[in-house]
Design a protein around this ligand. Structure first.
Ligand SMILES: NC(=O)c1ccc[n+]([C@@H]2O[C@H](COP(=O)([O-])OP(=O)(O)OC[C@H]3O[C@@H](n4cnc5c(N)ncnc54)[C@H](OP(=O)(O)O)[C@@H]3O)[C@@H](O)[C@H]2O)c1
Length: 247
């Protein structure tokens, strides 16, 4: 029987997950496997999707449903529970089980990227599902961090706090964008920070991979920062999803 995997999210056309799995299934000779994009206007549409999709065996979850999906699951793996966000759903014996592979994927790619001889404090932009996965990874790596949000009380800072006088960017040499600002098709948007405060001491990681160089990364690079996009993280989390679906 055909096995169907896929990605749910509000808008999923920007995603590279389908091409990643299409290539994988082709390469591995998995002719009965398909990966589909399932845009859902509301998370409540998930029940209809499950009922109507024959052979559905696994789902990836993207913005803005990584937290909202949890109430539809029969079980949540302890790490995903601790993070409070699920980006992988496995269908097993009629049960829906949630996992988080974003956190490990981010942690692995960050470890490989940062120079070993330096110590960092991090500033995370955004407080959503992927922010929580990043927070978990940083805790494991013993990297202390603070969080910036649009709303007072959700993080440690609001964007307006990040000024030359507050010297916040002088303390946090690792800046991680977990907001969707700059993601295709909204390529012109970017996190509302003063980019003049970024220096060549900064390491700037954007979880977005489409476009490959967001305005956020371009502006940081122009200031001499070392930058990284989310493509490697996407591949690592996809491979980890595959292992979960096949385990
Ligand atoms: N490379 C990868 O493998 C990978 C993995 C996961 C996610 N991502 C990318 O990460 C991004 C976020 O995904 P997510 O699932 O974490 O989304 P999410 O749960 O909706 O969270 C995004 C957060 O960004 C902030 N935000 C949203 N709209 C904003 C705006 N207009 N201005 C400023 N801040 C805004 C919000 O925090 P505040 O309300 O606190 O400001 C929100 O909680 C997406 O672009 C996604 O594609 C990539």
């Amino acid at each position: 029987m055909e096995k169907v995997f896929g990605l749910i999210g509000q808008t999923v056309s920007h995603s590279f997950s389908k091409s990643y799995f299409d290539e994988k299934f082709f390469r591995d000779g998995l002719r009965d496997y398909r990966y589909e994009l399932f845009p859902l206007a509301s998370i409540n549409e998930i029940e209809k999707l499950i009922a109507e999709t024959k052979g559905l065996s696994g789902l990836n979850v993207t913005i803005p449903y990584k937290e909202q999906i949890i109430k539809f699951l029969s079980e949540v793996d302890p790490t995903a529970k601790r993070i409070g966000a699920v980006n992988v759903v496995k269908f097993k014996d009629g049960k829906l089980i949630g996992f988080n592979t974003d956190s490990e994927a981010f942690g692995e790619t960050l470890t490989n990227w940062l120079p070993k001889e330096k110590t960092f404090q991090a500033l995370i932009l955004g407080t959503g599902g992927s922010s929580k996965a990043v927070q978990e990874a940083l805790k494991k790596m013993n990297i202390s961090f603070k969080i910036a949000s649009r709303e007072k009380g959700k993080g440690n800072y609001v964007y307006e706090d990040i000024t030359e006088e507050s010297k916040i960017f002088e303390q946090y040499h690792l800046i991680i964008n977990t907001t969707p600002l700059g993601m295709s098709p909204n390529n012109e948007t970017m996190p509302p920070i003063d980019y003049e405060l970024i220096t060549k001491e900064h390491y700037v990681y954007d979880l977005i991979y489409n476009p490959a160089r967001t305005m956020f990364l371009q502006k940081a690079e122009m200031r001499g920062a070392i930058v990284k996009n989310g493509l490697e993280m996407l591949h690592v989390q996809a491979e980890k999803s595959w292992q979960i679906w096949n385990n």
